[in-house]
Design a protein around this ligand. Structure first.
Ligand SMILES: C[S@@+](CC[C@H](N)C(=O)[O-])C[C@H]1O[C@@H](n2cnc3c(N)ncnc32)[C@H](O)[C@@H]1O
Length: 250
C-alpha cells in the first residue's frame, strides 16, 4: 500500500513477488498516446513568467528499431495465444510503422495488468483517438470484449478549429478513457456528489412554478439513436402528468 514505483512499468509488473496474480483492485493507466512528440517540463520564474529552464520529461515518438526486440520477445513468451495472434495480425498490416512500435510497447504491460487485477478489479486506459481504436482491439482480446464497459469521452476544450494552423479538419478536442472490468463481478461504486451552491446558482438559473430549479439544454432526438424525421421533443405537463411531446404533436 502507498508505494510509488519509479521506473519501467513492465519491469515492475513482471516481478511476481511484488505483483502476484490478482493482487490489484484498480488500474488507471495514462501512458503516452503515440502523439509523435517530446514533452518537456517548463519552469516558471518567481514572477510567474515561463523561464527558459526546462527539462525533458518523456518522449512519445516510437520507432520499430527500438520496438522490434520487445515485439519478438513478447510474441515468443506471451502465453495468451489470442493476443499473440492479434499482435501478429496487426504487424501484418501495420508493418514496422511507429504505430506498431507503439502497440508493441503497450501490449506487454496490458497483459501483465490483466494478470495482476483481481476478478473484482477494473482498468481505465487514458488515450486519445490517435491509437484508441487499436488499444480497444487489444483490450478486447486481453480482457475479453464482454468485459468492455465504457468508452468515456473526456472533452478537453470547447470546440475550436485549427484552420489558422492550416488544418483541413475539425478541431481535435477530446481524449478517451477505455474502461474494462476483469470479470462481471467487478466492483462498481457509482459516485454521486452534491452540486455546490455556486454551480446550482450559475447553471440552474430558472425556477418553475413549483420552485424547482432547471436549466435550458440542447434538445434530443425523438428516439434513442436519433430520428431525423422529428425536429425535437420536450417534456410538457399535460394536466397533472409530465409527457414527452415532439414538435409534430404541437
Ligand atoms: C501522458 S504522460 C502521464 C502524465 C501524468 N499522468 C499526468 O497526468 O501528468 C505518460 C507518462 O508515461 C511515462 N512512461 C512512458 N513509458 C513508460 C514505461 N515503460 N513505464 C513507466 N512509465 C512510462 C512517461 O515518462 C510519462 O510520464
Amino acid at each position: 500500500m502507498n508505494r510509488l514505483y519509479f521506473g519501467d512499468n513492465l519491469q515492475w509488473l513482471s516481478d511476481r513477488k511484488e505483483f502476484p496474480d490478482e493482487s490489484v483492485d484498480l488500474v488507471y493507466l495514462d501512458p503516452p498516446f503515440n502523439s509523435n512528440a517530446d514533452y518537456n517540463v517548463l519552469f516558471r520564474e518567481p514572477s510567474g513568467q515561463v523561464s527558459q529552464a526546462q527539462f525533458h520529461a518523456f518522449t512519445d515518438t516510437w520507432s520499430w528499431a527500438d520496438a522490434a526486440d520487445t515485439y519478438h520477445q513478447f510474441i515468443d513468451t506471451c502465453r495468451n495465444v489470442a493476443v499473440v495472434e492479434l499482435m501478429e495480425a496487426l504487424h501484418s498490416f501495420l508493418k514496422h510503422s511507429p504505430m506498431m512500435a507503439y502497440l508493441a510497447m503497450m501490449a506487454p504491460p496490458l497483459v501483465e495488468l490483466h494478470r495482476v487485477l483481481k476478478s473484482t478489479g477494473s482498468l481505465y486506459l487514458h488515450c486519445d483517438p490517435t491509437a484508441s481504436h487499436y488499444l480497444r482491439i487489444a483490450l478486447d482480446e486481453i480482457f475479453d470484449a464482454k468485459n468492455f464497459r465504457n468508452e468515456i469521452v473526456w472533452k478537453r476544450s470547447s470546440s475550436h478549429a485549427d484552420i489558422k494552423q492550416g488544418m483541413r479538419r475539425c478541431g481535435r478536442i477530446h481524449d478517451v478513457l477505455l474502461l474494462y472490468a476483469k470479470s462481471d463481478t467487478a466492483i462498481w461504486n457509482p459516485v454521486f456528489t452534491p452540486y455546490d451552491e455556486d454551480y446550482v446558482e450559475s447553471m440552474y438559473r430558472f425556477v418553475d412554478d413549483q420552485g424547482r430549479r432547471y436549466r435550458e439544454g440542447d434538445l434530443t432526438a425523438a428516439r434513442p439513436g436519433g430520428d431525423v424525421s422529428f425536429e425535437w421533443r420536450v417534456k410538457r405537463r399535460i394536466n397533472s402528468n409530465e409527457r414527452w411531446i415532439s414538435s409534430k404533436w404541437e
